[in-house]
Structures are given as C-alpha cells and as structure tokens.
Ligand binder design. Structure first.
Ligand code: HEC
Ligand code: HEC
Length: 208
C-alpha cells in the first residue's frame, strides 16, 4: 500500500470540501428537499430508473448515493468540469436548490440488490485489487461511498468500466484529481475485473 488510509481520505476530502462548502452556503439547509426532489426527479427516472435504481447498463444508479456526491456531480456537469452530452444540458437547467432537492431525494432511496452476478474467478481477484489499490480506503470498506465519494457496490458494470477507463485516460472530470491518480495503476484487465466485482457486490442498508 502506497499511502496510509487516513492521509488519502483526508487529501480527497480537503480539496473537495472547499468547493462544496461554497455550494452548501447557496443550497440552504441540508435536511430539506427530499419531497421537492421527488417531483423534480420525474424527468431523471426515465434514464436512471425508478427511484434511481437503473436497469440499463450505461446509466448509473443514483439510489443510495451519498447526497454530497450527487450534488457534487450535478454541480460539475453544470459548471463544465465534467462533460457528458446528455447530462451537461440536463444540469444546465438546474438551480442550486434543485440540485440539493434531487440529491436529498435520490440519496434517500434504497439501493436495490444488484442483478449482476460476478464471475466466480473475479470475486477474490476483485477484492484483492480493491484493497491493494486503496479503493476501500476512500469508497468505504463496504464500497457504499461516503460524503463526496460515490457508492460503487451494485453500480452498473458497463458504467463502472467506462468511468474507470476514462479516469485512466484523464478524460473524466472530477473535483480534485484523486481518481485520475488512482486509476493510473490499473491495467485494462484490472478495470474489467473491478467492474465485474463491484457490480455484483451486495448493497448495504442505511447508506447515505
Ligand atoms: C436521457 C438520459 C438521462 C436523463 C434524462 C438524466 N440522466 Fe443523469 N446521467 C445519464 C448518463 C448517460 C450519465 C453518465 C454520464 C457519464 O458517463 O459521465 C448520467 C450521470 C448522472 C449523474 C452522475 C452519477 C455518477 O454516479 O457519477 C448524476 C448525479 C445524474 N446523472 C443525475 C441526473 C438527474 C438529477 C437527472 C434529472 C434532472 C438526470 N440525471 C437525468 C443519463 C441521463
Ligand atoms: C483517494 C481517494 C480515492 C481512491 C483511493 C479511489 N477513489 Fe474512486 N473516487 C474517489 C472520488 C473522490 C470520486 C468522485 C470524483 C468526482 O466525481 O469528483 C471517485 C469516483 C470513482 C468512480 C466513479 C463512480 C461514479 O459513480 O461516477 C469509480 C468507478 C471509482 N471511483 C472507482 C474506484 C476504484 C475501483 C478504486 C480503486 C482502484 C478507487 N476508486 C480508488 C476517491 C477515491
């Protein structure tokens, strides 16, 4: 392991929290918004699935994602830090209050057990890769994410693979560059194994 966990987690947190603190100041009280978010989410669920549980390989699930991560992702799309031909125009229409309400709603929806079954050979390989590469230090031991760091457990496999490949290619924008660094050590084969492993991981209850 290259870095002690606490240093990694702190480094990831410090840079992102500065930007998010600014956003929180605009966005208002954190507890509010889940009900408002339900109504605003009507257009989102066409792609992200009912209650944010995606059934389509290229569309990520939003259910059970940490609230702060969802706000951070929407903010990055709107500000052009993260580019996507579908999500950039979607996010352009959202106010800070909309983003906060949508995040409150989706983060409160339980993540459903994944449909994906990890190939038996990749269960132990994937677990080892996730420890050796510190994935568990930042994304939490159960890989359900925390704060501005996303849930990976039970996420769509094709989506995970595409995101890891684009972090490695430095084409996925992110708040502070930690994932682009983390992905450099991964081979194409590691990425396939990790996507297969993570997509089949059970989702823990009570995630934020
Ligand atoms: C037409 C389909 C479509 C619609 C409608 C849509 N999205 Fe998305 N969304 C996507 C795709 C595709 C991605 C993956 C983008 C990428 O590859 O970076 C995405 C990514 C996201 C992400 C990042 C998730 C992650 O794990 O990184 C968030 C958050 C998000 N969408 C929220 C929303 C919200 C909120 C709405 C409704 C206001 C919405 N989306 C509507 C297709 C859609
Ligand atoms: C130093 C902390 C850190 C480490 C180590 C780390 N991650 Fe991340 N990861 C993050 C952060 C922060 C984000 C969100 C980046 C953003 O969008 O601003 C992220 C995002 C991701 C995403 C995008 C998911 C989505 O829904 O958009 C994937 C996939 C991912 N990480 C997988 C991994 C894997 C696999 C490993 C181990 C090989 C790993 N991460 C190691 C902090 C980390």
């Amino acid at each position: 392991m290259r870095h002690p966990r606490s240093v990694l987690a702190r480094r990831a947190g410090a840079a992102a929290s500065a930007a998010l603190l600014m956003l929180a100041a605009y966005a208002g009280p954190a507890a509010a918004g889940a009900e408002e978010g339900r109504a605003k989410a009507a257009t989102c669920v066409a792609c992200h699935g009912e209650n944010g549980n995606s059934t389509s390989p290229a569309f990520p699930s939003l259910s059970g994602q940490p609230k702060q991560f969802i706000v951070s992702a929407l903010f990055q799309f709107r500000e052009g830090k993260r580019q996507n031909e579908i999500m950039t125009p979607m996010a352009a229409k959202l106010s800070n209050a909309d983003m906060n309400d949508l995040a409150a709603y989706f983060s409160a929806q339980p993540a459903l057990a994944p449909q994906h079954k990890t190939a038996p050979a990749n269960v132990e390989k994937g677990r080892q890769l996730s420890v050796q590469n510190n994935c568990v230090a930042c994304h939490a031991a159960n890989l359900m994410g925390q704060q501005h760091i996303p849930r990976l457990a039970g996420q769509q496999k094709d989506y995970l693979r595409a995101q890891l490949a684009s972090f490695k290619a430095s084409t996925r924008g992110e708040m502070d560059g930690v994932m682009t660094s983390a992905a450099q050590a991964l081979s194409a084969d590691d990425i396939d194994v990790l996507a297969d492993y993570l997509a089949g991981l059970p989702v823990a209850a009570g995630a934020r």
